[in-house]
Design a protein around this ligand. Structure first.
Ligand code: SIN
Ligand code: FE2
Length: 203
């Protein structure tokens, strides 16, 4: 399978023990401080099926009135986002090959019915830095296309411990998650899937 230029799939990059397990623990700590909430689409106010939170100096949020953006505080609690766990900063230095550290880690939680429509990640001012995406828990069917919404797409499974790098010429490729495969991992006690995306936001 030939992925678009700039998109890299690193299957099984993170070992289960201790790396994935430690990451889940770190994310539990983040979620205890910055609870998952249900984001809504700009304009329509339609709820997304994925629940979200963030860690790091900035977090990606969306709401009906103000749309997609990055901000320093949790939209429900009003508190600053928790610090980014050090393992994530290390992963960024190992894989992203970018001089500046990531500023945002978006935590997406998919229950087994959740999905994410085809979209581009383009709310960052710095489009030279890659987006680094980490999968934990149940597998999903990931879809990636080209720079135009109507370009042909290809789909492949992402499993727990896989990493996808969305960078270079592929930085603005459309992508989404068509479905979650229930009971394909024992990492998360109550099922579902966690996706972490590390992003550099400011130049
Ligand atoms: C995203 O595009 O923000 C999420 C991708 C994924 O869940 O793998
Ligand atoms: Fe995305």
């Amino acid at each position: 399978m030939l992925l678009p230029s700039g998109i890299r799939h690193l299957p099984g990059y993170l070992d289960r023990r201790p790396t994935q397990e430690a990451l889940v623990e770190a994310i539990r700590t983040v979620v205890a401080e910055a609870p998952l909430y249900t984001p809504v689409m700009p304009g329509t106010g339609k709820e997304m099926s994925v629940r979200m939170t963030n860690c790091g100096p900035l977090g990606w949020v969306t709401d009906k009135q103000r749309g997609y953006r990055y901000q320093q505080t949790h939209p429900v609690t009003g508190n600053h986002w928790p610090a980014m766990p050090p393992q994530l900063l290390d992963l960024w230095s190992d894989i992203a090959a970018y001089e500046k550290p990531p500023e945002a880690c978006l935590v997406n939680f998919y229950n087994d019915d959740a999905r994410m429509g085809l979209h581009q990640d383009r709310d960052e001012q710095d489009l030279y830095a890659p987006v680094l995406s980490i999968s934990l828990g149940n597998s999903c069917l990931f879809r990636v296309g080209g720079l135009n919404r109507r370009d042909p797409t290809l789909s492949f499974k992402l499993s727990s411990g896989d990493i996808v790098v969305i960078g270079g010429e592929g930085r603005l490729c459309f992508h989404g998650v068509d479905r979650i495969y229930p009971a394909t991992s024992t990492l998360l006690r109550n099922g579902g899937r966690i996706n972490l995306t590390l992003r550099r936001v400011t130049p």
